[in-house]
Design a protein around this ligand. Sequence first.
Ligand code: SF4
Length: 360
Amino acid sequence: MDVINQLPSPEALLEELHRVVSKPIRLMVVCGTHNRAILRYGIREELPDFIELVAGPGCSVCVMPTGHVDAFVKVARQPDVITATCEDLLKVRGSKESLADVLNEGVHRVEIISSPRQALELAYVEEDKIVVYPAVGFEATAPSIAETILEAAQNGVGNFCVIPSIRLLPPTIDALLLDPQLSIQGLLCSDHINTISDTEAYADLARKHSLSCCIAGFEKAEILQGILSMVKQIHRGESMVDASGAMVYSMEETARARRVVEEVFFPTETAWRGLGSIAESGFVIRDELALYDATKRFNVRFAEGTDQCMCHCNEIISGRALPPDCPAFGMACTLQNPVGPCMISNEGICAAYFKYKLES
Ligand code: SF4
């Protein structure tokens, strides 16, 4: 893959933004990494007052419903299971417990890893255990998870399986945008979407909801260029996807990623914390690979949880509020004692607000 375009400096982009914006504009920053970068660079303070940025559902831990966390905990307590999970997921509570509770009990093993590949490597070493990987993340993570499952199948590794809890953003953004009160005029999307969704799903969203979209990287200039692109589109009355500043994946890379994902998964309805159940917004593992599906192997279902969180994460991940609107922010809920997933996760906007607004 390559990066295209030489960008102007952040100062030049900010100067142009202040010059061109002439009316109130509301943009959704979909991705948790973008939200964090915007706070780290202090971009909110530097933008013209006309531009309002709200958060979107692009933090995979923040949108994890209690029913899925309950399934992770239930599987983690099965005999001979080692759960191999990303650290962010550890503290997220289900209806009663989290994987951190299982770890602290000291009866069942929970290992922190940073990729599905590491989970499979653990399975190669721990031959008399079953290594279970709770697969959370968005569509961009699907190719590496699918590749890992295919490698396990090709090598006849029988002690590795996955809890499929991957989420697809476009159907959920589509559902959110049906609320006219949100009044979102543009979507800032991350580079990652190009891996399997490509820009077509976002072009459909742009047409359907009369939006401008921009796919951007995570540097300050890339984010500002993306915001400027959307402002210009909105002033011109255009609804399109600007991918000119995005990473470009070759056709072979994209085709290969899609092929492995289709070989392993197919889309299904799935639940999102605070947003309900959304058609075709998740993946299940195909029956031919049922051995690698921990929900089938351990006969565990994703129960419909009630997501009883006293916090305001639901409103925050759907663009209806920002962390300072939550009465618990910085009081009952801090980085040291997080209440909701938006503070627990590194990608959560409450955690980023706390770190860059309160601590710095
Ligand atoms: Fe939830 Fe804490 Fe964020 Fe409030 S500050 S919305 S309690 S994570």
